[in-house]
Ligand binder design. Structure first.
Ligand code: PLP
Length: 475
């Protein structure tokens, strides 16, 4: 091989990769979701040192087929119903492939004019699709963890303490509020921003897992009285465990009254806001100071793609912009340089895949797919509710269903064994959570390949696994 791959070899390999990908996606549903691999087995078949001499691409791709593909958990599988299912798609894969080929780094407008302007445009499209105000400005990060960190850094910068320059020394403890259902990424933001985990107030939730606003107000008042400095409240729209929706209008009122930043974590459910009937479940999100939505969770875009919207982009820029001489360009005053809006300098060209997804499906096509997932979840929830052996563990506002088997003795242990049995069967993979201390199974529907027959199959499996456990088979 001289320098890079010769064009003809590259073309042939790319054609083979196209075939591999198409075959994989076509056949993924015939495999077990979880591979039959033990920890260390993959490592053991991989050589301990890198090859000194070039290897033919076909050999490498053969090894990919032999060692890598079969030993993965198949997130593209229609029975992958764990966590929040990924929602990759053909158009998204094509966009990701082109982005890899172009390999532009959109840190400055100069380094990627189309990359910068497409990102701005696509973020504005999605804001409109979600019926967010026109003054929300978005940019793309890798994950919601990064988006929330960036948003909360802006919240910290809004405090008149010049922390950016002076640091936290001598500053009273800053406090952050989120429900007991909020994602752990919020605590991680507090760790990174120097607030400290013990200054994150996890506010209690009601029977439907929504933040209690009186408890929030009380916690803020207590912190103020004790000399701490409340900084921001995180309202979650679509919590990780149950997809519950915090009472955003009341939280927004409180934040407005007390001068606190309101960050809305809509990483999962935000995508559903493109359907007016689901947007109606999220009143008040338009009042956020910042809002995160992950197209890689439920808008058919391959991981990673997380949009952060802020109401005051100048403030975000003031929090982060730091321009050394080597990054100055003559058009700085006329253009957006995306590096100014976060802690990363280099950034992937993520807007390309989102642009391709939105265009190839159309907004109406995206709505249809989200509605289908929600309808499947409602149907499954209906079956669970109608069956005396099971109970729904939480309301089902979107496409995630939390449930458990009713068991008189050691119910947590029974449900744990039920989950293990379901996941060992092959066609499905579910995850679990704890709700008010009780072990709960979760079914998250979000994959384009998941259809009614898969949910029907899941329900049959659940019934069968339950009976086997009850009868002590293979216990
Ligand atoms: N916020 C919510 C509500 C989530 O459910 C998750 C992950 O599931 C996250 C944030 C973190 O997402 P990411 O993996 O993009 O950081």
């Amino acid at each position: 091989m001289s320098r890079d791959l010769p064009a003809d070899e590259f073309r042939a390999a790319m054609h083979r990769v196209a075939d591999l990908v198409a075959d994989y996606l076509e056949g993924v549903g015939d495999r077990p979701v979880l591979p039959a691999v033990r920890p260390g087995e993959v490592r053991r078949v991989l050589p301990a040192a890198a090859p000194e001499q070039p290897e033919p691409l076909d050999t490498i791709l053969d090894d990919y087929l032999r060692v890598i593909e079969p030993n993965l958990t198949h997130w593209n599988h229609p029975g992958f119903l764990a966590y929040f299912a990924i929602t990759g798609s053909g158009p998204g894969i094509l966009g990701e492939t082109l982005a890899a080929a172009l390999n532009v780094n959109a840190m400055l407008w100069r380094t990627s004019p189309a990359g910068t302007e497409l990102e701005e445009r696509v973020c504005a499209w999605l804001a409109k699709m979600m019926d967010l105000p026109a003054d929300f400005r978005g940019h793309i990060n890798d994950t919601a963890s990064s988006s929330s960190l960036v948003a909360l850094a802006a919240a910290r910068h809004r405090l008149p303490l010049d922390i950016r320059v002076k640091g936290l020394s001598g500053v009273p403890p800053l406090t952050l509020y989120a429900s007991d259902q909020a994602h752990s990424s919020i605590d991680k933001s507090a760790i990174v921003l120097g607030l400290g985990q013990e200054n994150v107030r996890r506010i209690e939730t009601d029977g439907a897992f929504r933040m209690s606003v009186p408890a929030l107000a009380e916690a803020i008042a207590r912190d103020r009285a004790e000399g701490r400095l409340p900084m921001a409240v995180v309202a979650t729209v679509g919590t990780t465990s149950t997809t519950s929706i915090d009472p955003v209008p009341e939280i927004a009122d409180l934040c407005a009254r007390l001068g606190l930043w309101m960050h809305v974590d809509a990483a999962y459910a935000g995508s559903a806001a493109i359907c007016p009937e689901h947007r109606a479940l999220m009143p008040g999100i338009e009042r956020a100071d910042s809002l995160v939505v992950n197209p890689h969770k439920w808008l058919f875009t391959p991981v990673d793609c997380s949009l952060l919207y802020v109401r005051d982009p100048a403030l975000l820029k003031a929090a982060f912009s730091l321009v050394p001489e080597y990054l100055r360009t003559s058009e700085d005053s006329e253009v957006t340089n995306l590096m100014d809006y976060g802690f990363q300098l280099g950034r992937r060209f993520r807007s390309l895949k989102l642009w391709m997804v939105i265009r190839a499906f159309g907004v109406e096509g995206l709505r249809e797919r989200i509605r289908e997932h929600c309808a499947l979840a409602r149907e499954l929830a209906g079956w669970i509710e109608a069956d005396p052996r099971f109970e729904l563990a939480a309301p089902v506002p979107f496409s995630t269903v939390c449930f458990r088997a009713r068991a008189e003795e050691a119910p947590d242990r029974f449900n744990e064994r039920l989950l293990a049995r379901l996941n060992a069967a092959g066609p499905v993979f579910l995850s679990h959570t704890a709700l008010k201390g009780r072990y709960t199974l979760r079914v998250a529907i979000g994959n384009l390949r998941t259809g009614r027959k898969h949910i029907q199959q899941l329900w049959d499996l659940i019934g069968r696994a339950y009976e086997e456990l009850r009868n002590g088979e293979g216990a």
